[in-house]
Write a protein that binds this ligand. Structure first.
Ligand code: 13P
Length: 340
């Protein structure tokens, strides 16, 4: 493991004004996304859609890295260039999702454990050869009656730490993603409490596994009200609660934090990131690694039709530009009007 290389890659992933595109939807998830625009999830459709995103002109100005799925990292652009190479030419770091998904945690109804540690060492070596420079592993924490349990949080934190250590040993920067789901009617206070407990456990296990904090990136949820909570916290409250929670739990040795969007609309996810960066006085870079919030508008504009590729790319570039402005706390609703 070359700590210096890990550190410079991690810093490049959270470079000023830039963030990460999560385009690592598994077969099941991309099928759901394509269903929303009434197209089937075929290999040519998946390839064409990722091609649209990765070849968007000038996108490297806002996007530092892209997380791909196993199928995607092996696919080629219409021009015949492998996707990792397409990204590199845009000045974008290729990344790869390496977990095998969240499965039911036996004995703990309603809770999940992420699988994929067996054979991970070998898969990491292959991904590195395919051009990956960083990896992602997502753990899911569900909030509900009597859950999450301490056991579920610790089991997921332990797996995240084992993954992160293996990833660094393979020379790949790990994105450590413990996601407290926004599904449910819980309050923002409950979200903050669960997120704080989860992140505390995650960093305990990362330290125990000798993970180099300077050579990793954290991908947490924002602290927000449950999607079915009758009282929805406003933008300022979300920003303050999220930053407070992160300051309590995330060591300043970590170069950057990249949020998932988790089901927030593109505008809300942009607003929240903007408000956090506007607070200032932060010990780490606060950035994004959105899937849906970066892609929803592009997907709707594309509709699976070749004639709409430019419209899809425009929508993707517009959202990326807005979120990039939010990295500086300089996003405003005016930017949306300019696009309209
Ligand atoms: P969303 O931003 O759509 O939540 O996706 C981010 C991600 O990578 C989840 O693992």
């Amino acid at each position: 493991m070359n700590t210096h290389d890990l550190q410079s890659t991690a810093q490049a992933m959270v470079a000023k004004g830039k963030g990460i595109l999560a385009a690592d939807e598994s077969f099941g998830t991309i099928e759901k996304r394509f269903k929303s625009i009434n197209i089937p999830s075929t290999e040519p459709n998946r390839r064409a859609y990722r091609d649209l995103l990765f070849t968007t002109p000038g996108i490297g100005e806002y996007i530092s890295g892209v997380i791909m799925f196993d199928e995607t990292i092996r696919q080629k652009s219409e021009s015949g260039t492998p996707f990792p190479e397409v990204l590199k030419r845009q000045g974008i770091l290729p990344g790869i999702k390496v977990d095998n998904g969240a499965k039911d945690l036996a004995g703990f109804p309603g809770e999940k454990i992420t699988e994929g540690l067996d054979g991970l060492r070998e898969r990491l070596a292959e991904y590195r050869k395919l051009g990956a420079t960083f990896t992602k592993w997502r753990a899911v924490i569900t909030v509900g009656k009597d859950i999450p349990t301490r056991f579920c949080i610790d089991a997921n934190a332990h797996a995240l730490a084992r993954y992160a250590a293996l990833s660094q040993a393979a020379g790949l920067v790990p994105i450590v993603e413990p996601e407290v789901l926004m599904d449910g009617d819980h309050t923002i206070g409950r979200c903050e409490q669960v997120t704080e407990t989860t992140l505390t456990s995650v960093f305990f296990h990362l330290e125990a596994h000798r993970v180099v904090l300077e050579g990793m990136v954290l991908k947490p949820n924002m602290v927000i009200s449950g999607s079915k909570c009758p009282t929805q916290a406003g933008v300022e409250e979300v920003a303050k609660a999220t930053v407070r929670c992160l300051k309590r739990t995330v060591p300043s040795a970590v170069p950057g934090i990249v949020f998932l969007s988790g089901g927030q609309t593109p505008q809300v996810a942009t607003d929240h990131l903007n408000a956090m960066n506007a607070l200032g006085n932060l010990p780490w870079e606060l950035s994004f690694s959105y899937g849906r919030a970066l892609q929803d508008e592009a997907l709707k504009a594309w509709k699976g039709e070749k004639a709409n590729v430019t419209a899809g790319q425009k929508a993707f570039a517009h959202r990326s530009k807005c979120v990039s402005a939010a990295r500086y706390g300089k996003y405003s609703a005016k930017m949306e009007m300019a696009a309209a």
